[in-house]
Design a protein around this ligand. Structure first.
Ligand code: ATP
Ligand code: PRP
Ligand code: NIO
Length: 490
C-alpha cells in the first residue's frame, strides 16, 4: 500500500509539469527572473453576452497558504523526480508574486485578462493549475446563475445542487458562485455556515413516505416547524397533495407560517395553474408555488411563456454541474519575461488557429462607458503604461476586423484589474458576499439589453489599443522572420 500522508496543504494541487519546469528554472538559476502571466478565456460560456467573474476568495485562501509542508516535501522526495537541492528550495518557498484581478461579481468577456500574475518565474508558474481550476469552475457557475436570474426576473431562485455536484468542493464553491450570480439561497447548510449565504429548503418525498399519506406527514411537519412548504407530488398533486396541505394549513392557522407548496414532477405548467386555483379557492392567495425538477433557464423561460403559476424555483443539477457547458476553458499564458539584460521582453504564443494566438505584454482592461448614460461602449485592452483616462477621445477598433471601428468621446474608463497581492502580501480586502452579489447586479445595469439577452446576444466589443495591437503585430512578424531563418540541416 502507498505511504499515507496527511492532507495538510494544497500547494501540490498543481500539475506535475509545473514542478518539472520549476526544477529546470531552479537548476539553471533563472527561477527569479521576472515574468508576467495573464488568465483569460476564449469563448463566452453558454454563448452568454457576458460572464460573471468568481473565484477570487478561494484564490486568496490558496495563495495565502502557498508553501510546502514537511509532508509535501517528503512525498516529492519519494517520487525520486526531484533533486535534493531543489527540494530544499521548495521547503523554503513562499509565494512572492503580485496578483491583479477582476473583483468577484465583475463582468468579464472573452479574450481579455481577468487575472494577471507578475513576479519570480517559479512563483508564477507554480500557481497556474490551481488558479485555473478555481476560476474556470466558479466563473462558469456564476455565469450560469446570472442566466437563470435573468429569466427568473424577481422570482425566488434557490440552489439545490449539492447532491448532484461534482463532489464536496464543487457544491460549496459552486453555491457561493451561484449566490454571486444572483441566487437567493442555498440548501447547503455548510455553505450557509461558511459564507453566510441564506439557507432555505422544503422537505423530501421521504417524509410523506414515512407517514404513508400526505395529510399525516404535513401535519407532523407543521407541528414541528413554523415555516412550512409542503411537497405535494408524492402520490397525486391535485387529488391528495394540495388538499392535504390546505387542510393542515387551515387546522394549524396562525400556529404556522404556511409559505406554500412544492411541485417536483409532472407537467408543471398545467399543475401549477391547477394548484394556484385550489390554493386561491381555499383563501391562501399568498401561498407560493415552488417548483423543482431538472430546471434551467430554458425550462424556466418555457414555463413562463406557458403562464405557469410558479413563484419560486429550486435548481440543482443543471446549475451546479454547468450541464450544457461543463468547462470555461480559461488559460494562463506568459505575456512578458525578463531577458538576459534584465529588461522585460513581451512574448507571444503563435498558432495556426488565430483564436489561440496570445496577446503579448502586460495589460490593463478598461471598461469604457459613456458619461451621458453610464452604458458600456466596450472594453479597451491597453498596455500597462497607457491610460485612456488622459484622452479626450478613444479610437476603438475590432482586433481582427479592424474596419469595424468607432471613436468614443465623453467617456469614463474604469480599470478592471485591481491589486490583490503585492509581492506576496495581501493588499485587498474582500467585500461582504452580499455586496459582491449586489455589485454583480449593478454591473449588469451598465450593459445594453442587446448584450444581456439569453439567446444570441450581440457580441460585446473587446478591443485592443493601437499600441497593444501594434505590439502584437510586431511580435508576430519578428517570430515569423525568426522562423524563416531556422535551418537545422546546416
Ligand atoms: N410544461 C412544461 N414545459 C416545459 N418543460 C416542462 C414542463 N413541465 C415539466 N417540464 C420539465 O420537463 C422535464 C420532465 O422530466 P421528467 O419526465 O423526468 O419529469 P417527471 O417524469 O415529471 O418527474 P420525475 O421523473 O422526476 O418523477 C423536467 O425537466 C421538467 O422541469
Ligand atoms: O432536479 P434538480 O434541479 O437537480 O434539483 C434537485 C432535485 O433534488 C431533489 O430530487 P431527489 O434527489 O429527491 O430526486 P428526484 O429527481 O427523484 O426528485 C429535488 O426534489 C429536486 O428534484
Ligand atoms: O429543500 C428542498 O426542497 C430541496 C433541497 C435539495 C434538493 N432538492 C430539494
Amino acid at each position: 500500500m502507498a505511504k499515507q500522508y496527511p492532507d495538510d496543504s494544497t500547494t501540490l494541487h498543481t500539475d506535475a509539469y509545473e514542478l518539472s519546469m520549476i526544477q529546470t528554472y531552479f537548476e539553471k538559476g533563472i527561477q527569479d527572473k521576472r515574468a508576467i502571466f495573464e488568465v483569460y478565456f476564449r469563448q463566452m460560456p453558454f454563448r452568454n453576452g457576458f460572464a460573471v467573474f468568481a473565484g477570487l476568495e478561494h484564490i486568496i485562501h490558496y495563495i495565502e497558504n502557498c508553501h510546502f509542508t514537511e509532508s509535501d516535501i517528503a512525498y516529492l522526495k519519494e517520487t525520486e523526480d526531484f533533486s535534493p537541492a531543489f527540494l530544499d528550495y521548495l521547503a523554503n518557498f513562499k509565494f512572492k508574486g503580485t496578483i491583479r484581478s477582476a473583483v468577484e461579481g465583475e463582468l468579464v468577456f472573452n479574450n481579455e485578462p481577468m487575472i494577471q500574475v507578475e513576479g519570480p518565474l517559479a512563483d508564477c508558474q507554480l500557481i497556474e493549475t490551481a488558479v485555473l481550476n478555481i476560476v474556470n469552475y466558479q466563473t462558469l457557475i456564476a455565469t450560469k446563475a446570472a442566466r437563470i436570474r435573468s429569466v427568473a426576473g424577481n422570482d425566488g431562485i434557490m440552489e439545490f445542487g449539492t447532491r448532484r455536484a461534482q463532489e464536496f468542493d464543487a457544491a460549496i464553491w459552486g453555491t457561493r458562485a451561484a449566490y454571486i450570480g444572483g441566487f437567493d439561497a442555498t440548501s447547503n447548510v455548510r455553505a450557509g455556515k461558511l459564507f453566510g449565504i441564506p439557507i432555505s429548503g422544503t422537505h423530501a418525498h421521504a417524509l410523506v413516505q414515512t407517514y404513508g399519506n400526505d395529510y399525516d406527514a404535513f401535519k407532523a411537519y407543521a407541528e414541528t416547524h413554523r415555516d412550512c412548504v409542503f411537497l405535494v407530488d408524492t402520490y397525486d398533486t391535485v387529488k391528495s397533495g394540495v388538499p392535504s396541505a390546505i387542510r393542515v394549513a387551515k387546522e394549524m392557522g396562525d400556529k404556522i407560517n404556511f409559505q406554500g407548496v412544492r411541485i417536483d414532477s409532472g407537467d408543471m405548467a398545467y399543475l401549477s395553474k391547477r394548484v394556484r386555483e385550489l390554493l386561491d379557492e381555499a383563501g391562501f392567495t399568498d401561498a407560493k408555488i415552488y417548483a423543482s425538477n431538472d430546471l434551467d433557464e430554458k425550462t424556466i423561460m418555457s414555463l413562463k411563456m406557458q403562464n405557469a403559476k410558479i413563484d419560486v424555483w429550486g435548481i440543482g443539477t443543471k446549475l451546479i454541474t454547468a450541464f450544457d457547458q461543463p468547462a470555461l476553458g480559461a488559460v494562463y499564458k506568459m505575456v512578458s519575461i525578463e531577458n538576459d539584460q534584465g529588461e522585460m521582453q513581451d512574448t507571444i504564443k503563435l498558432s495556426n488557429n488565430a483564436e489561440k494566438v496570445s496577446t503579448p505584454g502586460r495589460k490593463q482592461v478598461w471598461r469604457i462607458t459613456k458619461k451621458a448614460d453610464g452604458k458600456s461602449e466596450g472594453d479597451y485592452i491597453a498596455l500597462w503604461d497607457e491610460d485612456p483616462r488622459q484622452a479626450d477621445e478613444l479610437y476603438m477598433f475590432h482586433p481582427s476586423y479592424t474596419y469595424i471601428n468607432k471613436t468614443v468621446t465623453a467617456f469614463d474608463a474604469r480599470p478592471i484589474l485591481q491589486p490583490i497581492f503585492d509581492e506576496g502580501r495581501l493588499v485587498y480586502q474582500q467585500p461582504e458576499l452580499k455586496d459582491i452579489r449586489d455589485l454583480c447586479q449593478k454591473n449588469q445595469e451598465s450593459l445594453w439589453p442587446e448584450y444581456k439577452r439569453d439567446l444570441n446576444p450581440q457580441k460585446y466589443p473587446v478591443d485592443l489599443s493601437q499600441n497593444c495591437w501594434d505590439n502584437k503585430m510586431a511580435l508576430i512578424k519578428s517570430i515569423h522572420d525568426y522562423v524563416k531563418t531556422i535551418n537545422f540541416n546546416e
